[in-house]
Design a protein around this ligand. Sequence first.
Ligand code: C2E
Ligand code: CA
Ligand code: CA
Ligand code: CA
Length: 268
Amino acid sequence: AKNRGRDRWDAVDTGLRKAAAERLDLESQLRAAITDGELELHFQPIVGLLGRNVIGREALVRWRHPQRGLMPPITFLPVAEESGLIVELGTWVLRAAVQAAASSPHPGYVAVNVSPNQMIRPGLADQVEKALAESGLPAGQLVLELTESVMLSAAPSARQEIERLHGIGVRIVVDDFGTGFSALSYLRDLPVSGIKVDRSFTSGLGEDPQCDRIVEALIGLGHGLGIDVIVEGVETEAQSALLAGIGVEHAQGYLFGKPSPRYELLTA
Ligand code: C2E
Ligand code: CA
Ligand code: CA
Ligand code: CA
């Protein structure tokens, strides 16, 4: 029995080693992928709910892995976050997104996701200014999506970055709105131009009355503050109609367009 216990621990140990080795492997592959051009951006339209006109596009990163194929962000962003590679990855995404928008004749904005770890060290505003200058994209055509956790924990340096970005005309939108807050003070203290109501609320629309009430309340809050409200994850006409009925102006979701490697796929 003693031996069998030993064997079992050996097996666990081997498993852990293997997992750690795979993680390290992925990390070094990702490091190379950033410089070797294996990352790409897909763009998903953000539309006016009534006219279905494209007002902007969200840039979503993918990794075209030579062996594993097209990898969604969930498979490599956690490794990027833990290893610190997110800073390099974030810089690449920002430049590529701004470049894509600048090369398009379409006047809509491009929205770029910014991870909490990108806000920890100062320099984002500098980076953004540089990317805008390099590409010639007007600051008004760039939106940065920051999660609630960033807004809530916003350290003095992060606050300064946000203020500076606002100062140069870049808009800040709060992503995944409604999923994490226990305080809304940041909506008062920071220059926020919009909120994106999380997809988790959209799926229950029209089916779960509680869900409808919550979405209505979140939208009322946004409108009351005079900021833009975007609802994400809209997949059905029923959801779209319901949202239009409660005054939502902007939305995103498979109903209007899936993320696509082509920036211009939807120009309606
Ligand atoms: P997110 O910012 O909330 O982005 C929306 C996610 O929902 C995207 O998944 C999008 O493809 C998906 N989606 C959009 N419409 C629908 C819909 O109607 N139904 C369903 N079921 N899903 C929909 P994706 O591209 O896999 O990205 C996942 C998350 O990864 C993003 O969530 C964002 O947090 C993160 N992410 C993606 N690109 C970047 C990036 O360049 N930088 C950083 N820091 N994070 C990124
Ligand atoms: Ca987002
Ligand atoms: Ca979101
Ligand atoms: Ca989300």
